[in-house]
Design a protein. Sequence first.
Length: 155
Amino acid sequence: MQDIVRRTADDTTIKSRIIAAINDGKTIVDYNGHGSADVWRGNILTNEDALALTNQRLAFFVIMTCLNGYFDDPVLDSLAESLMKATGGAAAVWASSTLCEPAQQEALNEELYRQLFGGSPISIGEAAVRAKQAVTDPDVRRSWILFGDPAMRLK
């Protein structure tokens, strides 16, 4: 596991660390912070960055921010869509299609990992369903979307 903490360096340095880590072929990339439809705060990951990724082992992106899964705009791809389209991007993306409160995002994130790594191996789709069932915020339940094959299992 590799933690990259934003407050430890300037955004340009953090961006290069994140891209290098993704290109090393991580199993999971988890971002927790601010974002918009096509960007993580401070431009530390953008659609253009996603499309330029070169990792050979595609990651499961768990994105705990607002709007990175906003797929409803016919003109603009969300970051989730760009990661899925990129040759070196994502095998799957778990992201929100709207604005949500951070406390319930964190609870959703923690429950997803409990489901994935807490017992018998299950698919990412089943883990996502169970994680949604464990949170009380209806906006979080309705807005988190799994892009990719829900039958996929992490190795």
